[in-house]
Design a protein around this ligand. Structure first.
Ligand SMILES: Cc1cc2nc3c(=O)[nH]c(=O)nc-3n(C[C@H](O)[C@H](O)[C@H](O)COP(=O)(O)OP(=O)(O)OC[C@H]3O[C@@H](n4cnc5c(N)ncnc54)[C@H](O)[C@@H]3O)c2cc1C
Length: 473
């Protein structure tokens, strides 16, 4: 019987896994997961995310074992060592083919090309599949074949091209024989213990599916109305699972489709809006695949790279610690620091504050988010940062600057979210809580590090000047 090796990466599940499904057709399957601790550090992954990955690999190993599939856990320092490690594993198992799902980011795709080369050299066939997005990058394009850079036409095309079979999730393969003992990842990788965040972030595909089902059953209908209010649990909080692939976008879309009367865009505004957010995720992945410069620290709008972005370390650290003196910004940053996750509205407010009110280099904020986020995904994080900084594709215009006080009044009207994250302000009445400095301040809480109106004028002047220079050039 043929022997196939499946390499799991950011697709830590057995259902709707095209590579696993393909490998199991008439062959005996073994699986491999490669720990790459130095690469994780180089990519600035957060401890929350690494710990969730390790725990999810453990769950994956248990699920695979029930299917009679053994998971080998190997270590390669970084991606450069990956080809040798995968080849060694494939040869020791006598595998005649390697199966994996593609990843869009540049280092990952270079690693995969190098792996494919050594495999082919050794006479081992390589089969690749797409599952990071439900429509493969490069498949949603303008009539002339070029990529979309604006979301609305991308979404229209995406919806027009979508066919029900695109979102029908694949089943897990049938059990292939006796159950091997599951393997386990190490308890610690470097200084990091895999129990970090385990109370907050349940690992594995079963936990992800439970979360999806409960969201669809209880919250998706009201998603549009409640998704902007951080004090409410209005969103799915599935992003950590989508980021490491314990659930696939197809499984999410399939569930939304079923709940929306077997249409993606149907009667429910809540479901329509949620589907739209999943398409934003697809959009940013497609953009990253089409413009690899985004993974190399460049702005989508190249001319904005020459704006005089600041690098003031002290200001950056105040923002990072959530001590800016602007309550909603601080609440968001403290949510990020303590849980590894931040509500979308606050990601926009805190990112705008860094890039526009502080005029610090948005790349510093992007890197900090990545080092903290449990759901850090290069495409979505870069997309979100470039949107907020007005340097990206289809970004907010440079003159639109969220005011964190007005945002707080609108999206945390009772002040409950600020109180839950900023204990220094917990006893303030709602009418004082968003501008404590106007009401005598609060013990232990700093004054605002910038005057919002001055900061706004300064930023607008820099942008105007930069635009004039770009036009002159
Ligand atoms: C500055 C900034 C940085 C961000 N960094 C990341 C990141 O590293 N990883 C990440 O997954 N999302 C990122 N986002 C997008 C968004 O904030 C999160 O996806 C969302 O908050 C996750 O919560 P949820 O799962 O409850 O989302 P829901 O509202 O339930 O949405 C469902 C899913 O759709 C996707 N999604 C939702 N909004 C967006 C969006 N604006 N862009 C792309 N995908 C979206 C996510 O996969 C999300 O899980 C960022 C946004 C900003 C403004």
């Amino acid at each position: 019987m043929r022997r196939h090796l499946v390499w799991f990466r950011n697709d830590l599940r057995t259902t709707d896994h095209p590579a696993l499904h393909g490998a199991a057709q008439g062959a005996h399957v073994t699986a491999v997961y490669l720990l790459t601790p130095v690469q994780w550090q180089q990519h600035g992954l957060s401890d929350f995310k690494i710990a969730l990955i390790l725990r999810s690999v453990d769950r994956l190993s248990e699920q695979l074992s029930q299917l009679g599939i053994s998971l080998q856990i190997c270590t390669a320092k970084d991606f450069v060592q990956a080809p040798e490690a995968i080849l060694k594993c494939a040869q020791s198992l006598g595998a005649d083919a390697l199966f994996f799902n593609e990843e869009v980011a540049i280092n990952e795709s270079r690693r995969d090309q190098a792996v494919a080369q050594v495999m082919q050299h050794a006479g081992i066939r390589v089969e690749t599949f797409s599952s990071q997005t439900s429509m493969p990058p490069g498949s949603v394009v303008k009539p002339d074949g070029s990529p979309y850079s604006v979301f609305t036409p991308f979404k229209k095309r995406w919806l027009a091209d979508y066919r029900p079979d695109h979102i029908d999730p694949l089943p897990a393969p049938k059990p292939q024989g006796p159950q091997p003992s599951p393997s386990a990842t190490p308890q610690r990788v470097g200084d990091m213990d895999k129990s970090i965040g385990e109370q907050l972030w349940k690992a594995g595909q079963t936990a992800a599916m439970t979360l999806l089902k409960s969201f669809i059953k209880t919250r998706i209908q009201s998603y549009q109305a409640s998704r902007d209010f951080p004090a409410q649990r209005g969103t799915s909080v599935l992003s950590p699972h989508l980021a490491i692939g314990t659930i696939s976008p197809r499984q999410c879309l399939h569930a939304a489709h079923a709940a929306n009367g077997r249409r993606l865009v149907g009667a429910s505004e809540g479901i329509n809006t949620w589907v739209s957010e999943l398409i934003w995720r697809e959009f940013y992945s497609h953009i990253l695949a089409a413009y690899p410069k985004l993974a190399m620290g460049h702005a989508f709008k190249t001319e904005t790279d020459s704006l005089p972005w600041g690098t003031d370390q002290e200001a950056l650290e105040r923002w990072q610690r959530g001590e800016t003196g602007l309550p909603l910004v601080d609440a968001g940053m403290r949510q990020l620091n303590t849980t590894g996750w931040m509500h979308n509205r606050l990601r926009m407010v805190t990112a705008t504050f860094l890039a526009k009110q502080l005029f610090l280099d948005w790349r510093l904020g992007e890197a900090y988010f990545m080092r903290q986020l449990v759901d850090g995904e290069l495409a979505a994080n870069n997309g979100g940062w470039q949107w907020s900084a007005s340097t990206g594709t289809d970004a907010v215009p440079y003159f639109r600057i969220f005011n964190p006080v007005r945002q707080a009044e609108r999206f945390d009207p009772s002040g409950d979210f600020v109180r839950s994250m900023v204990p220094e302000l917990a006893d303030l009445p709602t009418r004082h809580i968003f501008e404590p400095w106007r009401h005598g301040g609060a013990a232990g809480y700093p004054s605002p590090m910038v005057d919002l109106s001055e900061a706004r004028q300064k930023t607008l002047a820099i942008w105007k000047q930069g635009r004039l220079l770009a036009e002159d050039g």
